[in-house]
Design a protein around this ligand. Structure first.
Ligand SMILES: Cc1ncc(COP(=O)(O)O)c(C=O)c1O
Length: 465
């Protein structure tokens, strides 16, 4: 793809000037290249791969570099800034907290932590809910996995297995990595040796049992998964819990209700817990506060992160007292979990989501965007495997017309070209575009960005990879 900015070689751009987008330099900006090169020398290559623009300011749904360029942000960071970047209420709350001589409290009693925990417990539709705070989504998932394994062990020493789903992502540490179904994080672990098992996510076009774009997976697909596990000698008595994204970040497609209901019934019958990882899909992203509201079942445990603060590192596990109180005092805590600044940021963020009706905004604006992108799919069905989304959580999966395989080169090239035209997306490397702007983005701005994506697609779709 000739147009992709893959290297740090500045390429001329056509000037862009709209109400929101401004491109006034070649990209990458020549003056930014030495700094980006220093970053590349200082960091492992694993952190490169995003378009080489120098973030200087991010405010609302706009990202700016220090050279006069400005982008409409469809990333929200990486699905973090649900209330927009640097929301004034969140900045003010952080300022207030930072001005007080109290910057770390560990698990000693503190009012800041209490207020956030009570708020979270009130949001969770769980009986007798408690919450615990961490810094990253990964840590929250590790904690949930630990709680599920402890629960299983109370029933039988062998009941420690965890079931997760291909394609989903839960983090990079051992337990979270084992749960992730993306190939990269787990090729260094032998999953089944530590009783970790995976089944396909029920997405019609990828269903191994013949469902399709038009016939969604249902309870029979779940039954087939369980039969296959049994054939591999994996029994429900070996399984303590299931971890899954109810609307996975890669598919942005809710687990079908019939499938979810079969899963929930099987889990209940067999004393298996269900944890919904809402680190990415939660806090209004999907047009509901919790994405599992699209799925029709309530889990035993919920993990949150990212959009919980829209800013500083905060994550949480929510669950009923009976599960949360399994570890003894001192056995489940985190040095920085509930840090006063982070707790203040999260509380302010949750207030903004409510005060600005951002769950509804996500649903409303998301519908407009989905309609627009589906239109493109109808025009070019041979290039698009699927376009899915709930709220402002939308993905566009490209396929190569001749092979039906994911068209990673096209998706990534569109990202790079869109950046040159003032629209910011991240490179997924998995053949899809993710549209996940701040929930308070102006509808006209996101529709303008979709117009830019359309232009990039039309120009790049027939170029050789
Ligand atoms: C669904 C999901 N779970 C967990 C994580 C891990 O969160 P973190 O990167 O904060 O550890 C992510 C991050 O992308 C995620 O999308």
């Amino acid at each position: 793809m000739a147009m992709a900015i893959k290297e740090l070689q500045p390429q001329p751009t056509s000037p862009v000037q709209s109400c929101w987008r401004k491109i006034v330099t070649p990209l990458p900006v020549p003056a930014s290249v030495p700094l980006i090169e220093r970053l590349r020398a200082a960091e492992p290559v694993s952190t490169s791969g995003m378009p080489p623009i120098l973030w200087h300011e991010a405010e609302g749904f706009l990202v700016r570099d220090p050279f006069g360029n400005q982008w409409i942000d469809l990333t929200s960071g990486i699905v973090v800034a649900n209330t927009g970047h640097a929301h004034p209420s969140i900045r003010a709350a952080i300022h207030r907290a930072a001005d007080k001589p109290l910057l770390a409290t560990y698990s000693f009693p503190s009012k800041e932590r209490l207020l956030l925990l009570e708020k979270l417990a009130s949001l969770a539709p769980l009986p007798d809910a408690k919450a615990i705070l961490f810094s990253s989504g990964t840590e929250a998932n590790e904690c949930a996995i630990m709680l599920m394994r402890r629960h299983g062990q109370r029933i039988s020493p062998d009941k420690v297995g965890i079931l997760s789903f291909e394609g989903c992502y839960h983090g990079r540490t051992l337990g979270a990595g084992l749960s992730s179904g993306t190939s990269q994080p787990t090729d260094w672990i032998q999953r089944e040796r530590v009783k970790h098992f995976q089944i396909p996510f029920p997405l019609g076009p990828l269903c191994p049992w013949g469902c399709s774009r038009d016939t969604p997976c249902d309870e029979s697909c779940f039954d087939r998964c369980i039969d296959e596990l049994a054939q591999r000698d994996i029994r429900p008595e070996d399984i303590a819990g299931i971890i899954v994204e109810p609307v996975p970040g890669w598919a942005t497609y809710p687990m079908p209700a019939a499938y979810a209901s079969a899963l929930s019934a099987w889990a209940r019958e067999n004393d298996i817990l269900v944890c919904f990882d809402e680190v990415q899909s939660g806090c209004g992203r999907s047009g509901r506060f919790f994405a599992f509201e699209h799925v029709g079942i309530v889990p035993d445990l919920i993990t949150l992160g990212k959009g919980l603060s829209s800013s500083l590192p905060v994550s949480a596990v929510l669950g009923p007292r009976s599960l949360m109180d399994q570890p003894a005092p001192g056995d489940m805590s985190s040095t920085h979990g509930g840090n006063p600044l982070c707790a203040a940021a999260a509380l302010a963020n949750l207030a903004v989501i409510e005060d600005e009706n951002l769950v509804e905004a996500s649903d409303r604006t998301g519908r407009l965007v989905l309609e627009e992108v589906k239109q493109l799919q109808q025009e070019f069905p041979q290039h698009m495997l699927s376009v899915h989304g709930r709220g402002l959580f939308i993905s566009v999966h490209f396929t190569r017309p001749e092979s039906g395989k994911p068209d990673t080169a096209l998706a990534d090239a569109i990202v790079h070209e869109a950046v040159r035209r003032g629209v910011l997306m991240f490179v997924t490397g998995r053949g899809f575009l993710k549209i996940s702007p701040p929930l308070n983005i102006e509808p006209e701005a996101v529709l303008e960005a979709i117009g830019v994506i359309r232009g990039c697609f039309l120009e790049l779709k027939d170029q050789p990879a």
